[in-house]
Design a protein around this ligand. Structure first.
Ligand SMILES: C=CC1=C(C)c2cc3[nH]c(cc4nc(cc5[nH]c(cc1n2)c(C)c5CCC(=O)O)C(CCC(=O)O)=C4C)c(C)c3C=C
Ligand SMILES: [Fe+2]
Ligand SMILES: [Fe+2]
Length: 363
């Protein structure tokens, strides 16, 4: 139980907190940092759903011996001066969300956290509570719901709540795959790219993959990706043959959602498609999976299969359109929670009432 002294101040206005959460990323592009990060990530039963004892042997006996060094090499290619791209973008998004949502009133605090690695969700929630938040909106930055991502954030918040005495009122963004503001922001990102670089023959919308088994077990992720793809194609007025939804980042030997991104790109190149534009609508921010796997590796695969022009379209990151979409989603979920400042008189009246009920006077 978290019992850090938390003054119950009667004259303090109650605040609303927003916690923007993304997946997580290593602290450094090094083998030890990758081992710590992958051990936490891949031990989550929401991420790898095979019997624990068997998975423990595979994870510690094979994966954590080989993958950290391989992944560290990849992270080095995309690492920024300020840190991992995912963390850098998420921090910028949270700062901008603070001012966009903050325009509603100063009683909103915005923080960011990572499901794996730092800053941890529990630390950020403690900080929001210490700042006076009694209502918190948890905003997983995953447009499409999946048990491996969204539900895992909910698990972590629930674990924190179990250890916490004064649990705030909590709300969660479940998904925003068909939010009109999000679809419009994606369309604007594509149009801006076309205006700058010209238009490829096909638009490939590449989403992070999931094991196919999760679809059969009822995870809505696949359908939500397809719906995002269809809505984006409609918004851009694309013909059926001009776009394709694909799935990237396969992990392990089992079958994942198909069609796979890289084989699809190669087949397109071999089939005479000279130019493609690739966007990754399921990632709120650029990260290893987009910058290395798509913008570097998939590009090389497409060109070596005979393609001529490969254009990667950046994620929404902190673009004005993307931030407007994120703000719209947050505001919709904040409805009914008072975020307007309380007047000085109202605060004084509230304190007087509290003192009349025997509470110590606050300064
Ligand atoms: C956007 C949604 C994501 C889903 C769905 C998802 C499922 C999922 N991922 C793995 C395994 C790995 N993913 C890794 C990186 C990674 N994954 C996402 C997002 C989703 N994952 C992001 C944003 C990132 C990038 C993190 C970064 O630091 O930039 C990795 C680590 C990198 C590597 O070693 O390759 C692994 C591993 C599984 C098994 C899974 C679904 C079951
Ligand atoms: Fe992943
Ligand atoms: Fe489906």
């Amino acid at each position: 139980m978290t019992d850090a002294p938390r003054d119950h101040a009667h004259d303090r206005a109650e605040k609303v907190g927003v916690l923007l959460v993304n997946l997580g990323t290593p602290d450094a592009p090094t083998t030890p940092a990758l081992r710590r990060y992958l051990a936490q990530f891949l031990s989550d039963p929401r991420v790898v759903e095979i019997p624990r004892a068997l998975w423990w042997l595979i994870l510690h006996g094979v994966i954590l011996r080989l993958r950290p060094a391989q992944s560290a090499r990849k992270y080095k290619k995309v690492w920024l001066r300020e840190g991992s791209p995912l963390a850098v973008w998420t921090a910028r998004q949270a700062n901008m969300l603070r001012s966009y949502v903050g325009e509603r009133g100063p009683l909103v605090e915005v923080r960011w956290a990572m499901r794996y690695g730092q800053p941890a969700i529990a630390t950020a929630l403690d900080a929001l509570c210490a700042e006076g938040a009694t209502r918190i909106l948890v905003f997983p930055a995953y447009p499409q719901y999946s048990a491996a991502t969204t539900a895992s954030v909910i698990d972590d918040v629930a674990d924190w709540a179990k250890r916490t005495r004064r649990v705030p009122e909590l709300r969660f963004v479940n998904h925003y795959h068909d939010d009109p503001g999000y679809i419009e922001a994606l369309a604007a990102q594509v149009r801006k790219h076309w205006a700058r670089e010209g238009r490829g023959r096909k638009l490939v919308m590449s989403f992070h993959g999931m094991p196919k088994r999760t679809l059969l077990l009822g995870d809505p992720y696949h359908c939500e990706c397809l719906k995002t793809g269809r809505l984006l194609a409609e918004k851009l007025q694309l013909e059926d043959g001009d776009w394709r939804v694909t799935f990237q980042s396969r992990f392990g030997r089992a079958e994942w959602l198909q069609p796979y991104t890289e084989p699809t790109l190669k087949a397109m190149a071999r089939g005479g498609v000279e130019g493609v534009d690739v966007i990754c609508p399921g990632f709120a921010a650029d990260c290893l999976e987009t910058l290395e796997e798509i913008a570097i590796e998939a590009r090389a695969a497409f060109l070596s299969a005979g393609g001529k022009a490969f254009h990667y379209i950046a994620c929404l990151n902190n673009s004005p359109e993307g931030m407007k979409a994120m703000t719209g989603v947050a505001l919709r979920h904040l409805q009914g929670w008072d975020t307007t400042p309380m007047s000085r008189e109202a605060l004084q009246q509230r304190q007087a009432r509290a003192v009349a009920h025997g509470a110590p006077e606050q300064r």
